[in-house]
Write a protein that binds this ligand. Structure first.
Ligand code: ACM
Length: 514
C-alpha cells in the first residue's frame, strides 16, 4: 500500500465484498458512505453484519483502523476524514479492477488489521492552472488521484503573468482579456520559441464551488491563491491603470514579468475586491496572496511589499481569514498569523518557524514536480534540477536544528506542480506520477518507511494507477513519444541551484524583523 500505513497485521481468510454486502454507518458518515458506494460501484444496502463504519473520537481526527475478518469489515476513524482514509486503504486492499469505473464487482478483502495515522496535518499539492488552464473535469480527476494518496490540501494557483483564471464581480476584463494569451512559449525561455497558438480559459464562481465541494467530499481543503503584487501582468493587461499604464497583453513567454501592481489606491481596492471574491467562494481560513518574485523596478527600487502584505492580511482578518504566502513575504517581516509556503530551499522553513510563523515546506529541489525526472534527453522539456523518485521520497518537511516548539510550526509539506511545460492533464500525469506517490508517503511518514520498501511496493501500485487511467512516467524512463523535441528544456545542475538559492535567501539570514 502507498502511503505505507503505520502498522499492517495480516490474518487468515478473506471477507467477501459484493453488491449484497450490507453497510452500517451513522448519520455523520452519510457523505463518506455515499462516496464509498459510488466509488466501489456497489449498492451496499443499509444493514448490519457486513461493512461497519464508525467514528471514535478517541482517535486523532485523521487516524483510522481497518479490521477485516472473514465475517466483518470494520473501519473506524477519528473523524469522517479518518474513516475516508480507512476506505482509501480498503481500495488498495482490493484488486486493481476495483479501481475501474465500470466492470464486474465482488471482491475478496484479505483479513487484516491496519492501524494508521499521518504524521503531518498539511499534505498538500499545488496546481498551477494559470500557466496552462486545466478544465474543471481534469481538476476533479487531479483531486481524486491526490485524495487516493491521502493528500488533504489542494493549493490552487489561479493567476499569473500568463493568465487570469477566475471571475471577479465588477472587473469583467479580467476574464474577457486577462484569461487569454495570443500564444505560448515552447520549452524553456532561453530558446525564445513560440507556438503561434492562442491559449486560455477561466473558472466561473460555480466551477470553483464545484471544485471546493468535490474536494471537500474527499476531505481535501482548497486553498486558493491570487498572486500579488507581482506575477500580475494578466490583470494589468486587462486594466492598465493597475500597473503604471502598461499597454501590453497577457504575457506569452515564461519567466517573471517586471509589470507589477503600482500599489496606488485603485490597485489596493482591486486586490481587496479579489480577496473578497475568494472569501465568497472558498471556505478556507487561509487565502493565498502569492508574494513571490516581485521585481521592484516599477516602484523605483523601493521595497513597498511588506506594507502591501500587511494591508492585505489586515483586510482578510476582517473576514476571519489569514494569508498564505510564498517565503518572500518574510522579507521585511510578515504579518502575525501569516502562514508561509517555503520554496527557496530549506532555509526559509527554518526562518519562518524561528519567527513564529506556521510554515509548509515545499523546497523546489525536492518538491517541484515540473523539474525533470532523470538525465534522459527524452524527458519532455527537462527543466530545473534532476528530481528522481528517490529524491522526492527523501523529502522531510522539518529541517534540522529547530526547537520542539519551532518544529510544531512546520505544518507539513506540499508538492508544487508548475505547468509552464504541461499543456494537458496527460502531461501533468507524466510529471506528477509516480513522484506524487513518493511524496505522499513522505508526508504521511510512517515511522519505519524506507525507499527500498516503497520501491518494492511500487510496481503493484502502478497496476492501480493503470486501472485509474494515469499516464505516469514508466520506471524504465520516457517512451519515444513522451519527448518534446519541439519544446527544448534547460536542465540545471543541483550545486548551481543551491548556490543560487543561498543568494536568493541571503536577505532572510541577515534581517531580524520582529
Ligand atoms: C515560486 O516558485 N515562484 C513560488
Amino acid at each position: 500500500m502507498i502511503p505505507q500505513p503505520v502498522s499492517v497485521g495480516p490474518a487468515d481468510g478473506a471477507f467477501l465484498l459484493d453488491s449484497r454486502t450490507p453497510l452500517d454507518a451513522p448519520k455523520e458518515l452519510d457523505g463518506v458512505a455515499s462516496w464509498l458506494r459510488a466509488t466501489l460501484r456497489c449498492p451496499l444496502p443499509p444493514g448490519g453484519g457486513g461493512v461497519g463504519l464508525r467514528v471514535d473520537p478517541a482517535l486523532r481526527p485523521e487516524a483510522y483502523e481497518v479490521k477485516c475478518t472473514p465475517d466483518r469489515l470494520k473501519i473506524t476513524g477519528g473523524s469522517p476524514a479518518g474513516v475516508f482514509y480507512g476506505l482509501q486503504t480498503l481500495r488498495q486492499l482490493l484488486p486493481p479492477q476495483a479501481l475501474r469505473r465500470a466492470g464486474p464487482t465482488g471482491w475478496r478483502v484479505p483479513a487484516v488489521t491496519v492501524t494508521d495515522r499521518p504524521r503531518f496535518g498539511w499534505r498538500g499539492v499545488m496546481l498551477d492552472v494559470a500557466r496552462h488552464f486545466m478544465p474543471v473535469a481534469d481538476v476533479l480527476r487531479f483531486v481524486d488521484l491526490a485524495a487516493f494518496h491521502k493528500l488533504n490540501v489542494l493549493h490552487l494557483h489561479l493567476t499569473d503573468d500568463q493568465g487570469w483564471r477566475l471571475e471577479v464581480p465588477g472587473w469583467p476584463r479580467l476574464t474577457e482579456v486577462g484569461a487569454w494569451r495570443s500564444e505560448s512559449m515552447l520549452g524553456a525561455r532561453q530558446h525564445v520559441r513560440f507556438d503561434g497558438r492562442p491559449h486560455g480559459g477561466f473558472y466561473t464562481a460555480d466551477d470553483l464551488r464545484e471544485i471546493v465541494a468535490y474536494a471537500g467530499e474527499r476531505h481535501m481543503r482548497v486553498v486558493p491563491e491570487v498572486d500579488m503584487p507581482g506575477h500580475m501582468q494578466a490583470a494589468i493587461a486587462a486594466y492598465p491603470k493597475l500597473g503604471n499604464g502598461f499597454a501590453g497583453g497577457v504575457r506569452t513567454g515564461w519567466g517573471i514579468s517586471s509589470h507589477v501592481l503600482d500599489l496606488g489606491p485603485e490597485s489596493l481596492d482591486f486586490c481587496r475586491a479579489v480577496l473578497d471574491q475568494l472569501c465568497e467562494i472558498f471556505p478556507s481560513e487561509l487565502i493565498g496572496i502569492g508574494g513571490d518574485e516581485c521585481p521592484r523596478d516599477d516602484w523605483g527600487g523601493e521595497d513597498r511589499q511588506p506594507a502591501f502584505t500587511a494591508l492585505m492580511a489586515a483586510h482578510l482578518a476582517t473576514r476571519g481569514r489569514r494569508i498564505y504566502g510564498w517565503d518572500e513575504i518574510l522579507e521585511g517581516g510578515a504579518p502575525a498569523g501569516a502562514v508561509v509556503a517555503a520554496w527557496r530551499g530549506q532555509e526559509p522553513t527554518t526562518v519562518a518557524a524561528r519567527r513564529g510563523h506556521q510554515v509548509v515546506a515545499c523546497p523546489d529541489i525536492v518538491a517541484y514536480l515540473d523539474y525533470r525526472q532523470s538525465d534522459d534527453p527524452g524527458e519532455p522539456t527537462p527543466v530545473g534540477t534532476r528530481l528522481t523518485l528517490a529524491d522526492v521520497y527523501a523529502f522531510s518537511p522539518v529541517p534540522e536544528g529547530l526547537s520542539p516548539a519551532e518544529r510544531e510550526l512546520v505544518l507539513g509539506g506540499q508538492a508544487n506542480v508548475w505547468t509552464e511545460h504541461m499543456d494537458s492533464a496527460r502531461v501533468v500525469d507524466y510529471l506528477v506520477y509516480p513522484r506524487l506517490c513518493a511524496f505522499a508517503e513522505a508526508v504521511w511518514d510512517a515511522p519505519d518507511r524506507s525507499y527500498a520498501s516503497f520501491a518494492a511496493r511500487l510496481p503493484e501500485h502502478l497496476d492501480r494507477l493503470d486501472a485509474l487511467g494515469v499516464n505516469y512516467r514508466p520506471l524504465t524512463g520516457p517512451r519515444p513519444w513522451d519527448a518534446r523535441p519541439d519544446a527544448p528544456g534547460n536542465p540545471r545542475d543541483r550545486s548551481d541551484r543551491l548556490a543560487e538559492l543561498a543568494e536568493m535567501t541571503k536577505r532572510l539570514a541577515f534581517e531580524n524583523p520582529v
